[in-house]
Design a protein around this ligand. Structure first.
Ligand SMILES: *Cc1c(COP(=O)(O)O)cnc(C)c1O
Length: 369
C-alpha cells in the first residue's frame, strides 16, 4: 500500500456535498468579490483565533507583506526573522524595502531562539517576525517582553499553525498581528490561494482592510496607494465550511503524531520536542537523521512519500545572494536544513498507514518491530 506524503483530495471527498452546494450558492448569488461570504469568514475565523479582528487577503505572503506595511515598515528598516523558515517570511520583508535580519533557532523546537534576539536589535529594527514553524508555537512571552522593552512590534507568521495554542490561548492575537495562509496544503486550506491576518488592534485591521482593496474605503476614493489583495469570495465560502472541521482534523493529526512519537523514539532519529506550554497542530511531522538522503531513499523504496522542509535555508538561496551570507553564516539553520525529513501527515491518514510508516522507519534504522 503506497502512502502519499499528503492527500489533498481526501478532505474534498469527505465534504463533497457541503463544498459542492457552497460553490453553487456563491455562483448563484451573482456576488463574486468581497461581500457577505468574506465578512462571515472573517467573523468566524477571528472568533476561532480568539482575536477581535480578521481581514481576508489573497494569500499568505500578502498577509505578511500588508501586515508589515500596516506596522509602518518601510525602506531602510530592519525586521528580525528566523534563519530557519520558508522563504516567504523573508520575502515579505524585502517587499517593503526593508532588510531581513536572521536570528538562529532553538535547535530543539526549530523556532526562533528568544535568547538570541536582543543582540540583533538595532535602532532600525521595527518588527520581530517569529514563525510558528511546522505547527509548533514559538515561545511568545520572552519575544513580546523584548519587543515591549525596545518599543518594537511583533508580527507572527501563523501559516503553518492554524488552531495551535500557546500557554492555553489560541494563536491569533499574542503579538500585534498574525499572518495566515490558506494554501491548499495548510491545516486550514482553500481550493486555491487565500490568506488573512488576525489582530486585536482595530487600527491595524483597518489599515490592512484599506491596503488590500486599492487603498480605498469608499469606492473610487483612494486614501493610500494600496494593492489588489482580496480574499476570493468563493474561497471564503469554502473556508467557512472547512473551518467547522479544523479542530477535528487537528485532533486526527495529534493522534498520528502521538503514534509516531511512541513508535520512533530511541531508534536513532531526532523526533519533535514539545515544550510543556505548546499545543502544536502538526502541520508537519519532522524527524532528523544524520543520513537524511539515504533514509529518504529507503522510505521511498518502501512506497512512503516524504518531503524536506526545507532543503535550502533562505540565506543560501540565490534570491538572497546580495546579502552576502556565505556557508556557515547560520550553522544551526544549515544543520537543520541538512538533516530534516517530513513524514506523511494528513488528517485522513489511517492507523494502519501510520503503523506502516513506523515499521518502515524502525526497519531502516535497524530496529526490530
Ligand atoms: C505557506 C507559507 C507562507 C506563504 O503562504 P502563501 O499562501 O503560499 O503565500 C508563509 N510562511 C510560511 C511559514 C508558510 O509555510
Amino acid at each position: 500500500m503506497k502512502i502519499p506524503f499528503l492527500d489533498l483530495h481526501a478532505p474534498y471527498l469527505e465534504l463533497r456535498g457541503e463544498i459542492d452546494s457552497t460553490i453553487k450558492r456563491v455562483l448563484e448569488s451573482g456576488w463574486y468579490i468581497l461581500g457577505e461570504e468574506v465578512d462571515t469568514f472573517e467573523r468566524e475565523y477571528a472568533a476561532y483565533c480568539e482575536a477581535n479582528h480578521c481581514v481576508g487577503v489573497a494569500n499568505g505572503l500578502d498577509a505578511l507583506h500588508l501586515a508589515l506595511l500596516a506596522l509602518g515598515v518601510s525602506s531602510g528598516d530592519e525586521v528580525i526573522v528566523p534563519s530557519n523558515t520558508y522563504i516567504a517570511t523573508w520575502l515579505a520583508v524585502s517587499q517593503c524595502g526593508a532588510t531581513p535580519i536572521p536570528v538562529e533557532p532553538n535547535e530543539e523546537t526549530y523556532n526562533i531562539d528568544p535568547a538570541r534576539i536582543e543582540t540583533a536589535i538595532t535602532e532600525r529594527t521595527k518588527v520581530i517576525l517569529p514563525v510558528h514553524l511546522y505547527g509548533q508555537p514559538a515561545d511568545m512571552d520572552p519575544i513580546l517582553e523584548i519587543a515591549r522593552k525596545h518599543g518594537i512590534k511583533v508580527l507572527e507568521d501563523g501559516a503553518q499553525a492554524h488552531g495551535a495554542r500557546y500557554k492555553g490561548k489560541r494563536l491569533g492575537g499574542h503579538g500585534d498581528v498574525v499572518a495566515w495562509s490558506f494554501y491548499p496544503g495548510k491545516n486550514l486550506g482553500a481550493i486555491g490561494d487565500g490568506g488573512a491576518i488576525t489582530t486585536n488592534d482595530p487600527e491595524i485591521a483597518d489599515r490592512i482592510r484599506v491596503l488590500r482593496n486599492y487603498g480605498s474605503r469608499v469606492k473610487y476614493v483612494n486614501d493610500v496607494r494600496g494593492f489588489n489583495s482580496r480574499l476570493d469570495t468563493l474561497q471564503a465560502a469554502i473556508l467557512c465550511v472547512k473551518l467547522q472541521y479544523l479542530d477535528r482534523w487537528n485532533d486526527a493529526r495529534r493522534k498520528i503524531a502521538e503514534q509516531y512519537i511512541t513508535g520512533l523514539k530511541d531508534i536513532g532519529l531526532t523526533i519533535p520536542f514539545i515544550p510543556d506550554w505548546a499545543e502544536p497542530v502538526w502541520h508537519l511531522f519532522v524527524v532528523r537523521s544524520k543520513m537524511r538522503e539515504k533514509f529518504q531513499q529507503q522510505l521511498n523504496q518502501a512506497d512512503i512519500g516524504t518531503l524536506i522542509h526545507y532543503p535550502i535555508p533562505p540565506h543560501l538561496q540565490g534570491a538572497y545572494a546580495d546579502l552576502g551570507f556565505g556557508k556557515s553564516a547560520f550553522p544551526i539553520a544549515e544543520r537543520i536544513h541538512e538533516e530534516v525529513l517530513s513524514l506523511p501527515m494528513f488528517p485522513n491518514m489511517t492507523l494502519a498507514q501510520t503503523k506502516q510508516v513506523v515499521v518502515a522507519c524502525r526497519r531502516i534504522q535497524g530496529m526490530a518491530e
